[in-house]
Write a protein that binds this ligand. Structure first.
Ligand SMILES: [Zn+2]
Ligand SMILES: [Zn+2]
Length: 238
């Protein structure tokens, strides 16, 4: 049996669980109902003593037709099972060869990732140099002269590690996606539960002009009523 294209894998198994049981039941049911009919006609044949020749011929023809039908149905079922067995065997062979190849020649995704990271550490791409997430906001926040707790913790200058993960995979925003394009920060800075930074389009800000009141610090911007209340409550407590 030749090994078919890999996309055919699973077809035999799906048909095993999906079609085959119904096909078997239907065939067996057909054979059985033929047999019931045959028994009935044979009883009739035995019971009648004085049967005309034409009556006998009709009955005999009916019986022959039923025999033929039952036999051909059983034969068809047998052929189907034989073919199905061959297909399953073929599928099994394909799966075994796939799993063997996987063990020997395919690189595990984790290993591949590690190799790539290693490569980019040695040959960094210019386009991967880390950029601030939201340049405008970051610059202007510094001018607010209202250092957050976060910044106080980071007070002593620590030179950035020479090698950094080239891609920022942190998830932000309500959409739980990485940083991209212009983003605005929630002013519930220390405890925003929604990801701290938000894509303009996700929070209904059309452009930088519209964001200006917030990015210049004239107005606080909160991602949600929850964050607004949190900050208000903290102010009251002070
Ligand atoms: Zn978003
Ligand atoms: Zn928030």
């Amino acid at each position: 049996m030749s090994v078919q294209h890999l996309s055919s894998i699973n077809n035999a198994f799906i048909s095993t669980v999906d079609h085959l049981p119904t096909d078997i039941i239907r065939s067996l049911w057909l054979v059985q109902s033929c047999n019931i009919e045959i028994n009935k006609l044979e009883e009739e044949l035995k019971a009648k003593d004085n049967m005309s020749a034409s009556e006998f011929t009709v009955l005999k023809m009916q019986l022959n037709r039923l025999y033929a039908e039952a036999t051909s149905e059983a034969q068809a079922l047998y052929n189907q099972l034989v073919t199905h067995k061959i297909t399953l065997k073929d599928e099994l062979q394909q799966l075994q060869s796939v799993s063997k190849n996987r063990n020997t020649s395919t690189i595990h995704p984790d290993k591949l990732k590690q190799q790539l990271e290693e490569h980019y550490k040695q040959h960094p791409l210019a386009s991967f140099e880390k950029q601030p997430k939201a340049p405008i906001k970051l610059v202007l926040k510094v001018s607010k002269k209202k250092p957050t707790k976060k910044k106080e913790k980071l007070a002593p200058y620590v030179p950035p590690p020479p090698i950094e993960d080239p891609v920022d995979t942190t998830l932000y925003c309500f959409c739980k996606q990485p940083s991209s394009g212009d983003m605005i920060g929630c002013d519930n800075e220390t405890s925003c539960p929604n990801g701290d930074w938000f894509h303009y389009k996700c929070v209904g800000i059309m452009n930088r002009v519209q964001a200006l009141p917030y990015t210049t610090g004239k107005k606080p911007w909160y991602c949600s009523e929850y964050c607004r209340h949190q900050v208000a409550r903290r102010r009251r407590r002070r």
